[in-house]
Design a protein around this ligand. Structure first.
Ligand code: MN
Ligand code: MN
Length: 491
């Protein structure tokens, strides 16, 4: 009896002491599953394709629907105007407003600001969709539809998590930045973040981007992304295109010059030949190697998925390191070159070669620019061609890397453990996420990418989907994260 009593009192004590009670919240999520799926269905049905100006009203509708839902959750919402977009025709149309919203403003609680977007990539059934892209279809445990994963599903999972946690009271203040122009470059957002840094964003302690996939079926927390330096090499030969019958063998051809230059950039093993390019790369540590060993990732699955017969690297560790923590150079295309079907005996007068370098910490885009320009100019002068050559850097987006010991990372890892009973994969993006770097630079606050997309969701492709598992358990992940974050020491 005494034993029983002490066990009981221990249980009672624990219940009182533990600041986290997830069971009721998880139950709430499970109980509302159908409703959550129905809402995603409603959202996917809005063709909020930001790339098509004729669909701007639909993007605006989507912003309104999002606003209404946040209001329903008890939040306050400002629709921030961010100016106009100039179309190719010269006509100007208003950009969709950006949602700035908040739920809770208790100065004793930390404030976390979530970022997401509700615009989508274009989608047409004719592109090879098996279902109507704007009709959410449930099949084999997946929810198919444009935006289901990128990013309507992730935004909704977050909002539903807030709804669920709010049934017992939010332990943190929550803010949202939700935009409708992400897929075409987040027009106006940088300026807005800068403008709002001393007002709406002044009390934000953490920024969480909810727009990323996991590496596998295991939840992943993203702490870094590569940057991107995009270059054009323009070679101008004759004043106009020439006929190879009349001029082949008599002129220095712009296309030959360009192909020669492109071929000097990277060797067959993927090694970049530009002198000094690897100088800034952060050296690899033993601790980091360990992180890669623990990641759930299978080379043969990637092989099967892509149809690549042999990668440049033989182990998952190496492959992921070359995707995430080393720079790479890719050649993308040649503007002005003949690319139609059939035969055409043209000597193009002007061609523009396009390539980019994904750079990594601590490479600096302006240093990379100088290295690339110097190298290509020296290679071109060796060739002694009379043609005109010009190299320009069109994009210089910086890489981003966070300290994964920051409190919100600790909270996210605990939340993963609690919901999925496994350790989170600590991952990086091989691509570029300018918003992460921008938030960090402007607000000087901890930034984390905690998405719930699956590795095979095909976000920009045909048959985009999110699995029911990711959607529902991901909702629990966000709910649990809010709870865990409250128990972390302030940054
Ligand atoms: Mn996205
Ligand atoms: Mn996208």
């Amino acid at each position: 009896m005494i034993f029983l009593l002490s066990v009981l009192s221990l249980l009672v004590c624990q219940a009182v002491l533990s600041p986290i009670s997830n069971d009721a919240i998880f139950q709430y999520v499970d109980d509302h599953k159908d409703e959550f799926v129905q809402r995603l269905k409603d959202w996917v049905a809005v063709e909020s394709d930001s790339s098509d100006p004729t669909k701007r009203d639909l993007v605006n509708n989507m912003m309104q629907i999002t606003k209404d839902f946040i209001l329903k959750l008890g939040g306050s919402v400002e629709m921030a105007e961010v100016g106009e977009q100039e179309l190719q025709s010269g006509k100007k149309i208003p950009l969709p407003p950006v949602i700035l919203a908040e739920i809770g403003n208790d100065t004793n609680k930390p404030t976390v600001c979530f970022y997401g977007h509700v615009d989508v990539q274009p989608a047409n059934k004719a592109d090879g969709w098996l279902t109507e892209p704007y009709t959410l279809v449930e099949k084999d445990g997946n929810l198919y539809g444009r935006g289901s994963s990128d990013d309507k599903g992730q935004v909704l999972a977050l909002l539903h998590a807030v709804e669920a946690v709010n049934t017992i009271g939010l332990p943190v203040n929550v803010k949202f930045i939700i935009e409708g122009m992400e897929e075409v470059g987040s027009n106006g957002l940088d300026k807005l973040v800068e403008e709002k840094k001393d007002t709406f964003l002044s009390n934000v302690d953490y920024i969480v981007v909810t727009d990323t996939p996991w590496l596998s079926k295991k939840p992943g927390i993203t702490y870094g992304a590569r940057g991107n330096c995009y270059f054009f090499i323009e070679v101008q030969g004759a004043r106009r295109d020439l006929h190879s019958g009349g001029f082949g063998g008599t002129v220095y051809e712009a296309m030959s010059d360009l192909i020669y230059l492109l071929d000097t950039l990277v060797d067959a093993k993927g090694h970049i030949r530009i002198p000094g390019i690897y100088d800034g790369v952060v050296p690899l540590t033993e601790k980091e190697i360990k992180l890669y060993k623990d990641l759930e990732f299978k080379l043969d699955e990637l092989q099967a998925d892509t149809g690549v017969t042999r990668f440049l690297h033989d182990t998952k560790e190496e492959l992921l390191m070359y995707r995430w923590r080393y720079p790479s150079l890719s050649i993308h295309g040649i503007e002005g070159a003949f690319s139609g079907s059939g035969t055409k005996t043209v000597i193009p007068a002007k061609v523009i070669g396009k390539f980019s370098i994904r750079q990594v910490p601590n490479m600096n885009p302006s240093v990379v620019e100088k290295q690339v320009v110097d190298y290509l100019e020296s290679k071109f002068s060796e060739r002694k061609s009379p043609n005109k050559m010009k190299v320009s850097m069109i994009i210089g987006a910086k890489p981003w890397l966070a300290d994964m010991n920051e409190p919100q990372y600790v909270a996210a890892r605990k939340a993963v453990k609690r919901v999925f009973n496994t350790d989170a994969d600590m991952i990086r993006a091989g691509g570029t996420i300018p918003i992460a770097k921008n938030f960090e630079e402007v607000l000087k606050k901890s930034v984390m990418l905690l998405g719930i997309g699956g590795p095979d969701d095909a976000p920009h492709g045909q048959n985009e989907k999110i699995s029911m598992y990711n959607y529902i358990e991901g909702t629990k992940l966000y709910a649990s994260f809010l709870q865990e974050l409250a128990s972390q020491k302030a940054p």
